[in-house]
Design a protein. Structure first.
Length: 92
């Protein structure tokens, strides 16, 4: 079995810690997703509103701090630092 620590993403796929190390080394801490309303081509309630989702992707669950409590329960700690929050705020 591989001894490399691993974490789970929201879809349940395994992500290696190396991927997070690459994000940190390249400074890819902000995941920015613009969402555009395509009215009138796509029916929508709010035609004049576009949304931008900004997600921090180095901290929080990406820290990979997990431990198994029982055979059926694994606990994952969500750690968010003040510098991490201050760094992402200009993008939000």
């Amino acid at each position: 079995m591989d001894a490399t620590p691993r974490i789970l993403d929201a879809a349940g796929a395994l992500l290696a810690i190396e991927e997070i190390a690459i994000r940190k080394s390249l400074g890819l801490f902000a995941n920015v997703w613009p969402c555009v309303a395509y009215a009138p081509f796509v029916p929508t309630r709010h035609a004049g509103i576009d949304v931008v989702v900004v997600r921090e992707n180095e901290e929080d669950l990406y820290r990979g701090i997990e431990h198994r409590q029982t055979d059926e329960v694994t606990q994952c700690l969500k750690l968010i630092s003040c510098p991490g929050c201050e760094r992402i705020v200009p993008h939000a």
